[in-house]
Design a binder for this molecule. Structure first.
Ligand SMILES: Cc1cc2nc3c(=O)[nH]c(=O)nc-3n(C[C@H](O)[C@H](O)[C@H](O)COP(=O)(O)OP(=O)(O)OC[C@H]3O[C@@H](n4cnc5c(N)ncnc54)[C@H](O)[C@@H]3O)c2cc1C
Ligand code: SF4
Length: 485
């Protein structure tokens, strides 16, 4: 039977064709470039180019391999898919994309690239239970037999997280790959500049793999040169080095240029070949087999209402500097310049610089959630939701984490070299020159003390605040007032 398979721009892995035995002799592939996909969020220009370039490369390769392929340009996805016969597709995770398919006659198949099927999450995350990653991660390690020996975790423990929390230890450079934009990427860059000139971000430094071959090269490069030090500097931040030992593979994985499974297996093999220590390999694998799957489960289980949670009732608008990086706080301005130029920040910048600031400055979680969806090369609503609403802001009241991830300037100073070049002084708590994170931190504790003192992991800080000298308290709250918008 002849089937028409619609592929989203992020369903590019060969498994999508293999698992349900689609084949070029009988079936047809449909690709849709519709405006709604690029404007549902006001996406960073590089993200749109990345999707379109990788999508078009897939289209051209399929054509060369004998597939009957159709490329449709349209305003909306439903308009493009209306009336296609014997239409098949893979279920999207994003709720808004599912809604677009509501009135389309399409046979939806389960996504074969995740470790965990969408249909398994109701059992794995039952509504009445408190959710934690750790027990699930252990279960997944056993089930998929990753870093295991005779039913036990290699090295005698499931997590080496404690060994992977070092701060900034001085300059540190690792080799990085360059991908020169080819004619397809150049075409879509110009197209994006023409069609979406007011979208955020710059296209000047686009440097991402747009084909499966390039993505595989990137995976090899990471495993050869950076995996060994991944754990060591996983939480550290360094001015002028946005990448350090991180893999930069998120966007390639999210688009299906690589499957999470093959990335995990590649890292595991590197350990067995002696290329990287267990702590680094386990730390890396936990991010993919653990966190990436888990945040999908949380999104699916919580449903669209999760995006509207606002536990602390924060209502301040997002400051303009989130789009131009113009602030005297060096940690924020350096991080935001990298977001604008690369559509990339590593995890601790996203969590402990940007989300931490947003939480302390009482910015609306919905504004921040929107911003994270807009600004990253790897953004997907299903990944951003739990990372921002849950982990970054505690806006879900603790479904994802046992305490808010908030920190004063001392933490940022320990983990980075940003403070050395900042207009503010990290050691000062009050006054014009004091690091804003210090006064904002104590203001946060003060404002929320009734709630925080019930949290065993935060009650100590409430006690410290209450014992603090009244004059200092007053000065801290006055200083904090200068830093909220
Ligand atoms: C506030 C916030 C927003 C985020 N938004 C996104 C997003 O839109 N898209 C996205 O892919 N990741 C997101 N993350 C997770 C993580 O920060 C990025 O995956 C990572 O920084 C990408 O860089 P990398 O490939 O170099 O990752 P590495 O540090 O090399 O990690 C390896 C891989 O693990 C996966 N991973 C790591 N942490 C997470 C996590 N918390 N959730 C899901 N996957 C994870 C990614 O696939 C990543 O490529 C967010 C995290 C936070 C705190
Ligand atoms: S002093 Fe404060 S604002 Fe400046 S870089 Fe350090 S933590 Fe950031």
């Amino acid at each position: 039977m002849k089937r028409t398979l619609f592929l989203w721009s992020y369903q590019l892995h060969p498994d999508y064709l293999k698992v349900f035995q689609f084949n070029p002799a009988e079936d047809r592939l449909v690709y849709v470039n519709s405006t709604d996909q690029w404007t549902y969020y006001h996406f960073h220009k590089q993200r749109i180019v990345y999707h379109l370039s990788a999508y078009r490369h897939h289209f051209e390769t399929a054509k060369q391999n004998g597939w009957n392929v159709t490329w449709i340009d349209a305003s909306t996805l439903p308009e493009a898919l209306q009336g296609q016969d014997a239409l098949y597709g893979f279920e999207p995770t994003n709720f808004y994309e599912k809604a677009w398919l509501n009135n389309i006659s399409i046979n939806l198949l389960p996504d074969p690239t995740f470790f965990i099927l969408a249909s398994e999450w109701p059992t794995l995350l039952p509504p009445q239970k408190n959710w934690k990653l750790d027990p699930l991660y252990r279960q997944f390690r056993q089930r998929f037999n990753i870093l295991m020996e005779k039913g036990e975790p290699l090295g005698g423990q499931y997590s080496f997280d404690r060994e992977n929390r070092s701060g900034y230890k001085g300059d540190y450079l690792v080799p990085r790959l360059t991908f020169t934009p080819d004619t397809i990427t150049t075409h879509w860059s110009q197209w994006v500049l023409n069609h979406f000139p007011d979208h955020p971000g710059s296209l000047d430094a686009f440097n991402y793999p747009v084909t499966r071959d390039d993505a595989l090269t990137m995976l090899d490069h990471f495993v050869t040169y950076r995996l060994a030090t991944f754990g060591l500097v996983q939480d550290a931040m360094q001015q002028h080095d946005p990448w350090m030992s991180h893999s930069l593979l998120s966007a390639a994985i999210n688009l299906g240029l690589l499957s999470p499974r093959e990335v995990v297996l590649h890292a595991e093999t590197a350990f067995h070949k002696g290329l990287a220590p267990l702590s680094a390999v386990e730390g890396f694998i936990r991010q993919i087999l653990g966190w990436r799957e888990y945040v999908r489960g949380v999104y699916l289980q919580k449903g669209p209402r999760y995006l509207h949670l606002n536990y602390f009732q924060h209502e301040r608008p997002l400051p303009d500097f989130f789009y131009d990086g113009k602030t005297n706080m060096n940690c924020l301005s350096s991080t935001l310049q990298e977001t604008i130029h690369h559509g990339y920040n590593h995890h601790i910048q996203r969590l402990m610089v940007l989300s931490n600031y947003a939480n302390l400055a009482e910015i609306s979680p919905q504004d921040i959630n929107r911003w994270f969806n807009e600004m990253y090369i790897d953004s997907f609503e299903w990944i951003v939701a739990a990372n921002v609403i849950g982990m970054g802001l505690f806006a879900d009241g603790g479904m994802m984490s046992t305490k808010p991830y908030i920190a004063s300037g001392a933490y940022l100073h320990k983990m980075s070299n940003y403070c050395d070049q900042c207009d503010y002084q990290v050691t000062l708590k009050t006054g014009e020159k004091a690091c804003p994170f210090n006064s904002l931190y104590w203001q946060f504790i003060h404002e929320k003390k009734a709630t925080l003192q019930r949290n065993p992991r935060m009650s100590m800080m409430v006690k410290v605040w209450e014992k603090m000298d009244d004059t200092l308290k007053k000065e801290l709250l006055e200083t904090a007032l200068h830093h909220v918008h």
